[in-house]
Design a binder for this molecule. Structure first.
Ligand code: ADP
Ligand code: MG
Length: 622
């Protein structure tokens, strides 16, 4: 809750709205205690007194009633009616929507058609008709305003509920034997509640206006009772001769609606989970680069060269060092493996290359990424865009999240090509077909017309691989590309990648947690732990004689076929969280070779340059 408020008030406009609204609320709540004259006491001798006249700070109206007193009491009435109407509409409308969306089928149809009929009437006409039927009065105005706003909530909430009702967690609740009522209250309601809150916060202002409108027409509050609308209505006749009588309630309506809307927008932004982790802005097109030290200017090695790259996540006061002084390079036709447990910083390293780490909270705080000698960090966005997907392509880790759910596979693949090349639809489709064949998708012609949800996870992953290869990139960064594939397809994909690098000189950065895959494909391998490279060198050498205890343990985790009965050694403990790393070796707490000096200070990556290790007591000396 405090986190929510902090986020809310970081938005200056929302804070301003909240402050103004709080002032107004304090004023109307304390109204009975304030030394105000009776708002309904007439004094015809003092009609239309100007503001700041003695005894009447804001002047008087056409019956000589004190405007300040009427304003405070009128605001109190308008706010109460508007809020009550909003709450009533939200509760009733949301209940209708959630039931219709959850029930589906005929119930949904009947309820929603009734709601549609309600919506088919012009808004204000419907309110007028309801008041005409019930008779004028504030309570009836409240009922009318609430009733015309029910469809807004019902349709909104129904739409979201329909999407949720088919999800797996609802099925799971049903399988667990929960009744419909429980499912609605404990499974669906918490998921739609933020939307309801946002709906209320953005419509309260509107409902206050509507109530004021009805009162203005004489259908709401009845004389002598004041509300903002009736004050405006009564002042209408004297608009020219005594403008202050209209300006005072008009200004108050403006202040109320404005402050509620500003606050409502702020609440909506703060409740958006995508904005929670960072500031109140959406991720930028490239990762923010804020290098503290000088840019490394060593001559670039290979085609793609990461030099002392540092990427951090700045979340509130905490700094997560996800990538810490990582130097890697890969040349044409070469395959570099990056291996490490989950959370060791492999994906963030890969995403940093073309500035794909979400900012905020991601910041590149140091180093350089040279592609053909040129630094990609801080490069003008237009140039970087031309490189993304065309020269440096990605196979992303999560194949479900990277495909658009509403477009066919063929269209998405064609788009990937057409972003960078002027080719016709036919040609792009032909290329897509060829790629699907290359990644061994059966019946590629019909698969082109499939939506992502019609494919299995493994097939979607293969589509992701095909899209990455669509523009014949120079560098391919593959982030655990074969995790969802069975071993035979995995072997075929690895063979395809191997062929591409041998024939076309494709440079591959292959991220995985599987040493078996590394052994098959990679020339060199870098082992990451807690954001740092702890060992790197030629694959064969590292597999045969791992130097870092962590590497040795990782290799020991791989089962061997025909290797006889052998206990698979899991690594005890968990990888550390990267915001409070201990001094010295981050692996020391889990390492059985650790000695006191391991925890003392910075340990350098040292060795022959071909095979390096970051360890004071390695298993072997490289
Ligand atoms: P992996 O090696 O499994 O690919 P990642 O590169 O995805 O690991 O993550 C590296 C580290 O960065 C993890 O410790 C993770 O907690 C942290 N991290 C990733 N994204 C964020 C984020 N948005 N905010 C804070 N920390 C993050
Ligand atoms: Mg990852």
């Amino acid at each position: 809750m405090t986190a929510f408020l902090r986020l809310l008030f970081r938005n200056r406009l929302a804070a301003l709205g909240a402050a103004v609204l709080a002032l107004i609320l304090a004023l109307v709540i304390l109204a009975p205690l304030l030394p105000l004259p009776d708002p309904d006491a007439t004094a015809t001798a003092e009609r239309f007194a100007r503001p700041f006249s003695p005894g009447h700070l804001l002047g008087t109206d056409h019956l000589g009633r004190d405007l300040l007193a009427r304003l405070v009491h009128g605001t109190r009435m308008s706010l109460a009616i508007g809020l009550a109407a909003a709450l009533a509409a939200a509760v009733l409308g949301s209940a209708i929507g959630i039931v219709a969306g959850y029930a589906g089928g005929r119930t949904d149809n009947i309820i929603m058609r009734a709601i549609d009929m309600l919506m088919a009437f012009p808004y204000i006409l419907l309110a007028l008709a309801i008041v005409a039927a019930l008779g004028p009065g504030l309570l009836n105005a409240l009922i009318a305003v609430a009733a015309v706003n029910i469809p807004f909530f019902a349709r909104n909430i129904r739409g979201i509920t329909v999407g949720l009702a088919g999800r797996e967690f609802i099925d799971a609740a049903r399988l667990a034997g929960m009744g419909h009522g429980r499912i609605i209250l404990s499974e669906l309601l918490p998921n739609v509640l933020p939307v309801i809150v946002i709906g209320v916060s953005t419509t309260v202002g509107w409902m206050i206006l509507e109530t004021a409108g009805l009162s203005f027409l004489g259908l709401g509050s009845q004389p002598p009772q004041a509300d903002l609308g009736s004050m405006l209505g009564e002042a209408r006749a004297a608009l020219i001769t005594a403008p202050h009588t209209s300006v005072v309630p008009g200004l108050m309506i403006f202040l109320i609606v404005m402050s509620i809307n500003l606050l409502g927008d702020g609440v909506r932004d703060a409740l958006d989970p995508r904005l929670k982790s960072g500031a109140l802005s959406r991720p930028r097109a490239t990762t923010r680069v804020d290098r503290k030290g000088p840019v490394p200017d060593a001559p670039a090695k290979g085609l793609l060269d990461l030099q002392s790259l540092e990427t951090q996540f700045h979340v509130g006061p905490r700094v997560y060092r996800a990538v810490n002084q990582v130097s890697l390079h890969v040349g044409r036709g070469e395959c570099l493996g990056i291996i490490g447990e989950s959370g060791s910083g492999k994906s963030v390293t890969a995403l940093s290359v073309t500035g794909l780490v979400a900012s905020p909270p991601g910041v590149v705080t140091g180093g350089a990424v040279r592609y053909e000698g040129e630094d990609l960090l801080g490069m003008p966005y237009g140039r970087l865009r031309a490189i993304r997907g065309e020269k440096i392509a990605y196979i992303f880790q999560d194949p479900l999240a990277t495909l658009h759910p509403l477009y066919r596979i063929g269209a998405q693949m064609a788009e990937a090509i057409q972003v960078h090349h002027r080719v016709g639809a036919k040609e792009a489709e032909g290329r897509a077909l060829e790629l699907l064949r290359a990644v061994r998708i059966p019946n590629p012609e019909s698969r082109l017309r499939n939506y992502p949800h019609e494919m299995s996870g493994g097939m979607r992953q293969r589509v992701g691989i095909a899209m990455a290869l669509a523009n014949d990139p120079e560098v391919l960064i593959a982030d655990e590309p074969t995790t969802a594939l069975d071993v035979t397809v995995q072997a075929q994909i690895l063979a395809l990648l191997d062929e591409l690098r041998r024939e076309r000189g494709l440079a591959i950065v292959f991220i995985t947690h599987d040493f078996g895959v590394v052994a098959q494909l990679c020339d060199r391998v870098a082992v990451m732990y807690a954001g740092r490279i702890v060992e790197q060198g030629p694959t064969a050498e590292i597999l045969a004689r791992p130097a870092h205890p962590y590497t040795a343990r990782l290799i020991a985790c791989v089962p061997e076929l025909g290797g006889g009965k052998r206990e698979l050694a899991a690594i005890p403990g968990l990888p550390p969280v990267v915001d409070k790393l201990p001094p010295g070796c981050a692996f020391a707490p889990r390492c059985d070779r650790a000695r006191p000096d391991c925890r003392a200070g910075e340990i350098a990556l040292a060795g022959s340059g071909r095979h390096d290790v970051r360890c004071l007591h390695p298993e072997v000396t490289p």
